[in-house]
Ligand binder design. Structure first.
Ligand code: FNR
Length: 188
């Protein structure tokens, strides 16, 4: 069973990306997938400031421990001004430092995102992919998921309503599981 840290790029209570992240967790449980998801809080991280390493904030230490102890990373993110939202970039930066203690190193990673816009976070994901390569994670290339969000995507129980989307997300989760297994020997 893979222990996966699920990181949502939006801090908004009613975030569509948070809703989709929760629907994914439910989907994995309903289908008995070998995933144990842990929603990681990035809202309590201070704005990145090199000076803070002199007296490391508790939220930063805890965050780095969480990431180091995880088997894999799943990012579910909106797009802000054609890039990754600043809270997510902030979290990525905290995890990447000190330079000899990069918490992201070699973690299998995958991403998806939702937006009401036509291209469903494609540009943000492209930026995220490039950042994750810089951080030496092992990013899954395919399948890619760009969701154009509509209210009808979720039912009253906040589950994925459309069977087609459900199957698509299921395929994504299964492929991610294969990816985690594929990269395991590289990390041994
Ligand atoms: C947006 N939004 C947006 N959408 C998009 O598809 N491409 C973009 O570049 C942007 N830019 C952008 C910037 C900022 C500052 C905000 C607040 C919003 C709209 C965005 O997709 C929409 O608000 C989503 O609902 C945000 O995701 P969450 O918070 O609902 O998960």
């Amino acid at each position: 069973m893979a222990n996966i840290s699920l990181i949502v790029g939006s801090l908004r209570r009613e975030s569509i990306n948070l809703k989709i992240a929760k629907a994914l967790i439910k989907l994995a449980q309903q289908e008995n997938l070998p995933h144990q998801f842990n929603l990681v809080d990035i809202a309590n991280l201070p704005l990145y400031n090199e000076d803070l390493w002199e007296d490391i904030p508790e939220a930063v230490s805890q965050f780095k421990i969480t990431i180091k102890n995880t088997d894999a990373l799943l990012f579910v993110t909106p797009e802000y001004n054609r890039s990754v939202p600043s809270p997510l970039k902030n979290a990525l930066d905290w995890g990447s430092r000190p330079s000899d203690d990069n918490s992201w190193k070699h973690k299998p990673a995958a991403m998806l995102g939702a937006s009401p816009g036509q291209i469903g976070t494609a540009v943000a994901q492209s930026h995220l992919r490039s950042i994750l390569l810089t951080l030496n994670t092992r990013v899954m290339g395919q399948p890619e998921i760009y969701l154009k969000f509509e209210e009808s995507m979720l039912n009253d129980n906040n589950e994925i309503a459309s069977e087609r989307t459900r199957q698509f997300l299921l395929k994504f989760l299964n492929k991610f599981n294969e990816w985690i297994d594929d990269v395991k020997p590289l990390n041994a």
